[in-house]
Design a protein around this ligand. Sequence first.
Ligand code: SAM
Length: 230
Amino acid sequence: MHHTVSPVGILRSCFREKFAIPRQPQLAPAARGVLELLPPFDTGEAVAGLEQVSHVWLLFLFHQALEEKPRLRVRPPRLGGNKMVGVFATRATHRPNGIGQSVVRLDEVEPGRLLVSGIDLLDGTPIIDIKPYVPYADALPEARNTMAADAPLLIDVHWSESALTQAHSEALRLDEPVIELIEQCLAQDPRPAYQKPDPERRYGAQFWDLQVRWHYPETGLIRVLEVVPA
Ligand code: SAM
């Protein structure tokens, strides 16, 4: 059976590239975005009642990872990127139909747009459905997943004085929690697990319209070097 889906909205996100996006929602509460609803869902009717809900499920398309040929097995970064498991045992982006799902915080409901946070989605992600989180059915205290038992370990994030000053002024300009966003995302250590530590190597990623650069001066420590307009 073939069935066509069309987006109900597009997410405008703080994440402008895939690198350094947390691997699941809720890991960076300062990660914010605006879900702009598309006609005919943009009038307010479709979101009436949603102000009674604190979190929503976003169903979306991994639009930058769509593939013609389905993969049966994938290498999750969480397992170091060198162990293959069945695609249905993971939340990998490369998957049949390219559909993702994330529970995000719903901060504000307006006709035609939803303000959300705790997101793990790229800017421009097509959202194909929105559903309220239902705590009594969706929160399962007895649930287990021994492959991904706990949230990733966090590493320390330090700042150079100039980067912190830059981040402060950009936070004021954007009216966004830029410092918290950078700290929460970098503390997850965005590097692929297989990469060897090299204190000389510089890394970078774009958050909002800012280019953030950092390095790893020693194991388990990130130092933010620069926060500049991209
Ligand atoms: N929570 C979702 C799920 O379980 O379906 C997403 C999990 S997936 C492992 C999260 C990663 O997807 C992010 O770290 C980012 O690199 C990537 N990503 C986010 N939005 C994307 C998009 N629109 N297209 C392709 N990759 C995306």
